[in-house]
Design a protein around this ligand. Structure first.
Ligand SMILES: *Cc1c(COP(=O)(O)O)cnc(C)c1O
Length: 664
C-alpha cells in the first residue's frame, strides 16, 4: 500500500487525486473499483486454498455437474438479477443531481475495505472473533481522537452502528460519571474509608463533608480521580461490592432516589440535560431510553445563525442552579442536521468554566459532531498542528469576490479546536466520512470513564496500559454486542486514502463548502422574477437552506404551500416521481427556532413571529440542500448549479399554478 505523502513532499491535493476517490457519477472509475474488488476477492480465495490443504475438497468438480447444483445456481442467478433491477429504483446519491439529505456516495477505499473484510466476517465484539479488525477499530478511534485534539493515549473511543447509539453511549457515561461521587460516598461510608475529592471550586475536601448538591457537581475529571482513589483504599472485591450496592446502574432510578431521600433528607429535583434547541431528535429517544425522561430535556435557544446561544446557556444554567436542579450534561452541536450550523463550542466551554467558578456547578460537556465532526480535519495541517482561518483560506485558492463572509472564520476554527475540551464527541463516518453504513463513532476525552459502563464484572480494575488485552474485548465497554469488523476496515482504509487533515478529508470537505457557497451565491443572485428566493444565513459547512416566495402569496401558510409543492416535485416522496434534481425540506417550528426565524420572516414579508407561532407545528417550510458533492464547485464538468436553479424556478412556477387551480 502506497504511503500517503509526508509533509515535506506534500502538494495540495490536486483535482486529479479527488477524481480517484469515488466511483464517479457515471461510474468513471469502474475499472479501478473492479480491479481492487477482484484483488480482495482473489486474495481471500488464496487464503482459503492455503488453509489446511491436506483437508482436500468438500465441494468437488463433479458435484457441480449435477441437476441439483445447476438448479440452485439458476435460482440464485435469477433472483440476483431481479434484485439488481429492483435496486435501480434506489436513490441516486452519487449524482450531482442529488442535493437532499446528508448522503452521497462512499469512497472507493471504504467500499473495498468493507468488501475485503466482509469476506472474513469479523465480529468486533471481542478480539477472538476479530483478531485484525478490533485493532483497526481502535486505530481509527485514535485517528479520530487526534483529529479532534484529544490525547490519543488518554482518550478512548470506538465505532458504533451510527450517531444515535454513539450519542446514547455519551449520555449513559455522562450520567454515571455525574452520579459516581454519590455512589463513592455511600461506598466509602460503608467501608469506613476517608477519601478526599476535588470540588468544583478546585479545592480538595473530605468526601464525607460534602452536601448532596456539592456531590453532584464534582467535575468529571475529579470524579474519575476519586474513583481511582477508592480502589487504592480498600481490597478490590470490597470496593467492587460496595460501589455496586450504591450505584444508580445497579439500583435503578426508583430505588436510588428513595435511598437518596433517606440518606440526605433533601431530595434534589430531577437532573436535566441541556441541549441546543436544534439538536437531533435522537436526544429525545435517548433520555427516554435512559429513564431520564424527556421532561428533563431542557432546550437552550439558538441565535439567528442556528448556533446555541452562549448567553442563553449561561442564563439557563443560572436559573436552574437557583432552583437547585442538577445538570447532567450539556449537548452542543457541531454541524446541525438541518443547517450544518457549528456551535461556538469555545464559548460554550467558557460558560462551563464560569459556571464552575461562579456557581459551583459542573456538568458533562458533549459535542454532537455526528454531521460536522469530519470537518475538524480542515483545521489540521499535515504535521498535525492547527491551521489558522487565514492559512486555510490561502490553501483553498482564490475565491470569488462578493458579499459572502470569508470562510472559515477564526470563530469557526476556534469552535473546531474546542472539540478537544469537550468530555465526549460523537462523529458519524457514514456521513462526512463517506463510509458505507453502519459507521458511527464515540470518543471520550478520559479513557477511564468506560469502566463506569463496563459489564461483567460491572466494576473491574482501574484502567491499565493501552496494550493491555482487556482493551481488545470491546463488548465489555460498549452498548452494542456483535458488530461488523468490516465497518472498521472500511473506515481504516478510507483514512489511509484520505488522511484526516488538509491533505485528505480536509481538502475534500473544503471542496464541498466551495460547492455549497457557489450554489448559495447563485440562489442569491439569480433573477427569479416574479419569484423571490429568500436565503437563510450562510451555512457554517455545506447545507444550503432557502424559501421561495411570490408576490401573490400573502401568508406564511401560502408560502408553505408553494414550498411544499416544490419539494413534492423535487423529491422521491411521491411514488413514481422522477425529479431532475432532488432536495429535501424541513419545518422551522416554535419554540426551537424562536431565536432564528425573525430575519427570515422579515425578508419574506408575509407575516410576523406571532403569525408564525400561531401556525404551531406547521411552522415555516424551508427547502434544504446538503452539498456533499465535491465536484459541484469545479469549473469543468456538468454545471449542476445552473441546472439546479433552472429546475427549481420551473418547478416553482408549476407548483404555483397548481395552487391557483380550483381545489389546488
Ligand atoms: C445524523 C445525526 C445524528 C444521528 O445519527 P444516526 O447515524 O442517524 O443515528 C445525531 N446527531 C446529529 C447532529 C446528526 O446529524
Amino acid at each position: 500500500m502506497a504511503d500517503v505523502p509526508t509533509s515535506s513532499d506534500f502538494v495540495p491535493p490536486s483535482r486529479d487525486a479527488l477524481r480517484s476517490w469515488f466511483l464517479g457519477p457515471r461510474a468513471e472509475n469502474a475499472e479501478l473499483l473492479e480491479r481492487l474488488l477482484t484483488e480482495a476477492l482473489r486474495d481471500h480465495v488464496f487464503w482459503r486454498r492455503n488453509h489446511h490443504p491436506e483437508d482436500g475438497f468438500t465441494i468437488r468438480e463433479m458435484d457441480k455437474r449435477t441437476p441439483g447444483y445447476d438448479g440452485a445456481v439458476a435460482t440464485v442467478t435469477e433472483e440476483l438479477l431481479g434484485l439488481l433491477s429492483e435496486l435501480k429504483r434506489g436513490v441516486p446519491f452519487f449524482s450531482g443531481r442529488y442535493k437532499g439529505h446528508m448522503a452521497f456516495e462512499q469512497t472507493i477505499a471504504a467500499q473495498v475495505g468493507y468488501f475485503a473484510a466482509m469476506l472474513y466476517n469479523p465480529n468486533n465484539v471481542a478480539i477472538e472473533a476479530s483478531p485484525v479488525t478490533t485493532r483497526l477499530e481502535l486505530e481509527v478511534a485514535r485517528e479520530l481522537a487526534t483529529m479532534v485534539g484529544y490525547g490519543p493515549k488518554r482518550s478512548w473511543g470506538h465505532l458504533t452502528s451510527g450517531g444515535t447509539v454513539a450519542n446514547f453511549e455519551a449520555l449513559w457515561v455522562a450520567r454515571n460519571v455525574i452520579y459516581l461521587p454519590l455512589a463513592a460516598r455511600g461506598a466509602a461510608d460503608e467501608l469506613g474509608l476517608e477519601l478526599e475529592v476535588t470540588g468544583s471550586d478546585g479545592r480538595s475536601a473530605p468526601l464525607k463533608s460534602l452536601a448532596l448538591r456539592e456531590l453532584v457537581n464534582i467535575p468529571p475529571d475529579a470524579a474519575m480521580d476519586l474513583w481511582e482513589a477508592m480502589w487504592e483504599a480498600a481490597p478490590r472485591a470490597e470496593v467492587n461490592q460496595a460501589l455496586r450496592e450504591h450505584s444508580l446502574q445497579h439500583l435503578g432510578y426508583q430505588e436510588y432516589v428513595a435511598r437518596l431521600d433517606r440518606a440526605f433528607g433533601d431530595p434534589l429535583p430531577p437532573s436535566v440535560v441541556l441541549v441546543a434547541s436544534t439538536a437531533h431528535y435522537s436526544w429525545e429517544k435517548i433520555v427516554r431510553a435512559l429513564g431520564i425522561g424527556s421532561n428533563q430535556l431542557v432546550f437552550v435557544p439558538v441565535n439567528e445563525r442556528f448556533r446555541l446561544d452562549p448567553d442563553a446557556l449561561w442564563e439557563t444554567v443560572k436559573e436552574l442552579t437557583e432552583r437547585n436542579v442538577p445538570i447532567l450534561a450539556c449537548i452542543s452541536v457541531c454541524g446541525t442536521t438541518e443547517e450544518s450550523a457549528v456551535d461556538r463550542l469555545d464559548r460554550v466551554v467558557e460558560v462551563r468554566e464560569r459556571a464552575r467558578e461562579e456557581l459551583g456547578v459542573s456538568f458533562h460537556l458533549h459535542s454532537d459532531a455526528c454531521y460536522g465532526g469530519y470537518a475538524a480535519s480542515v483545521i489540521r495541517s499535515a504535521e498535525g498542528g492547527v491551521r489558522s482561518a487565514e492559512e486555510i483560506r490561502a490553501g483553498m485558492g482564490p475565491q470569488p469576490e462578493d458579499d459572502l463572509a470569508a470562510w472559515p472564520t477564526p470563530g469557526w476554527v476556534a469552535s473546531m479546536e474546542a472539540l478537544s475540551r469537550a468530555d465526549s464527541v460523537t462523529i458519524d463516518p457514514h456521513k462526512l466520512g463517506y463510509i458505507p453504513y453502519p459507521a458511527g463513532a464515540i470518543l471520550f476525552r478520559d479513557r477511564r470513564v468506560r469502566e463506569l459502563v463496563a459489564v461483567d464484572p460491572p466494576y473491574l480494575l482501574p484502567t491499565q496500559g493501552l496494550s493491555s488485552s482487556e482493551d481488545l474485548f470491546l463488548g465489555r465497554f460498549i452498548f452494542e454486542g456483535s458488530k461488523p469488523g468490516a465497518a472498521a476496515a472500511a473506515v481504516w482504509l478510507s483514512h489511509k486514502a484520505l488522511p484526516l487533515d488538509e491533505r485528505g478529508y480536509g481538502a475534500h470537505i473544503e471542496r464541498t463548502v466551495v460547492g455549497a457557497r457557489a450554489m448559495y451565491r447563485r440562489l442569491g443572485e439569480v433573477d427569479a422574477a416574479p419569484f423571490r428566493v429568500v436565503l437563510l444565513p450562510e451555512p457554517d459547512i455545506n447545507i444550503v437552506c432557502f424559501v421561495v416566495t411570490h408576490p401573490k402569496l400573502g401568508s406564511i401558510e401560502e408560502v408553505n404551500r408553494l414550498n411544499e409543492g416544490i419539494y413534492a416535485r423535487m423529491s422521491l416522496s411521491e411514488p413514481g416521481a422522477q425529479p431532475d434534481y432532488i432536495i429535501t425540506r424541513t419545518r422551522f417550528q416554535t419554540p426551537i427556532y424562536d431565536g432564528a426565524v425573525e430575519p427570515i420572516l422579515d425578508e419574506l414579508g408575509v407575516g410576523g413571529v406571532e403569525d408564525w407561532r400561531a401556525g404551531g407545528p406547521e411552522g415555516l417550510v424551508v427547502l434544504r440542500s446538503t452539498v456533499m458533492d465535491p465536484f459541484l464547485g469545479e469549473p469543468d464538468g456538468p454545471d449542476h448549479v445552473t441546472g439546479f436553479v433552472d429546475v427549481l424556478l420551473a418547478e416553482a412556477a408549476d407548483a404555483l399554478s397548481e395552487m391557483a387551480e380550483p381545489g389546488g
